[in-house]
Design a protein around this ligand. Structure first.
Ligand SMILES: C[S@@+](CC[C@H](N)C(=O)[O-])C[C@H]1O[C@@H](n2cnc3c(N)ncnc32)[C@H](O)[C@@H]1O
Length: 278
């Protein structure tokens, strides 16, 4: 919560200005401490010592308003972003999902990457599933439904071009196997793209319980990582409920390293500090 009354009023001023400039943008659902630190950073960048001076600038500056809106809906991501989570996924969770699918004579493994930003997360999962399935002789495919509420992110995700900063956690072997490099750009290979269906979907959309592109949920793995901390606790709860209800009986739910506490209250972590829940 904001530290004092003045901060509450300041944030309300920003909220009102943003809502007036875009009626579809509901800023009140975002976590207030996060907005305070974001505004402090913007004041610093623009060299304003006093909030009132920054606010006068903000009100009349459409570019700054769009920038703040974009930062509130932050899309920062990385391939294999949390190394412990991805190690546990690779060595424990994915083998168990494959075994469960084989035991049930299923033909398809279903994954939902619910806030996929510009694609680093679903492509990381695609690499792990493709490598795991290559090692065994089974008639099983995997399908990743990758969604985000921001359509511009999905356009970039479909293209699948990344900078060195994005792929810094990718091993050289994997860079050689799954990417083509052109200058400073790393391009995802088509084989991985074929397993991923990108579509716009807002997790808070109350009309659909899972992305319409997936038709039904029944997911073996649901990613809801680095997303919850932007929202107020009651909204986090709604999101966790929705994401976990879309899983099948042996499904796994993955969140961000810094979001574990929000989920630990409701679910069991499969491996300590992995941020993977059942
Ligand atoms: C910081 S990125 C996280 C990307 C990735 N999951 C990761 O862990 O690296 C947060 C993403 O969540 C998306 N997002 C925020 N609220 C959302 C919502 N209600 N429904 C769907 N996507 C949302 C944003 O557009 C942004 O792309």
């Amino acid at each position: 919560m904001p530290k004092n009354k003045l901060e509450v009023e300041q944030i309300d001023q920003i909220f009102n200005a943003l809502s007036n400039s875009d009626k579809r943008f509901n800023v009140t659902i975002y976590e207030k401490r996060f907005i305070i630190s974001l505004l402090q950073a913007r004041m610093g960048v623009n060299k304003f010592g006093q909030f009132n001076d920054y606010f006068s600038f903000f009100k009349c500056n459409d570019e700054e308003q769009q920038l703040v809106k974009g930062l509130i809906q932050n899309n920062y991501s990385l391939f294999f972003r949390n190394s412990l989570t991805f190690t546990v996924l690779e060595h424990v969770v994915i083998p168990s999902i494959i075994q469960y699918a084989c035991q049930g004579n299923r033909k398809e493994i279903r994954i939902w990457s619910s806030a996929c930003a510009i694609g680093q997360e679903p492509y990381s999962l695609a690499i792990l599933f493709a490598e795991a399935l290559r090692k065994i002789d089974v008639d099983l495919v995997f399908r990743i439904f990758a969604t985000d509420k921001n359509g511009l992110n999905l356009e970039a995700a479909r293209v699948g071009h990344y900078s060195y900063a994005d792929v810094q956690n990718v091993t050289l072997n994997r860079l050689n196997s799954w990417f083509t490099q052109k200058g400073d750009t790393y391009m995802i290979c088509d084989e991985l793209k074929r397993n991923i269906d990108f579509s716009v979907y807002d997790i808070l959309d109350s009309d659909y319980s899972c992305p319409p592109a997936s038709i039904f949920g029944d997911f073996d793995l649901v990613m809801g990582a680095n997303l919850l901390f932007y929202y107020e606790p009651d909204i986090q709860r709604i999101m966790i409920d929705k994401l976990t209800k879309s899983m099948n009986l042996s499904g796994f739910f993955v969140t961000g390293e810094v979001e574990r506490d929000m989920v630990l209250k409701h679910k069991n972590e499969v491996y300590p500090f992995s941020a993977i829940f059942k």
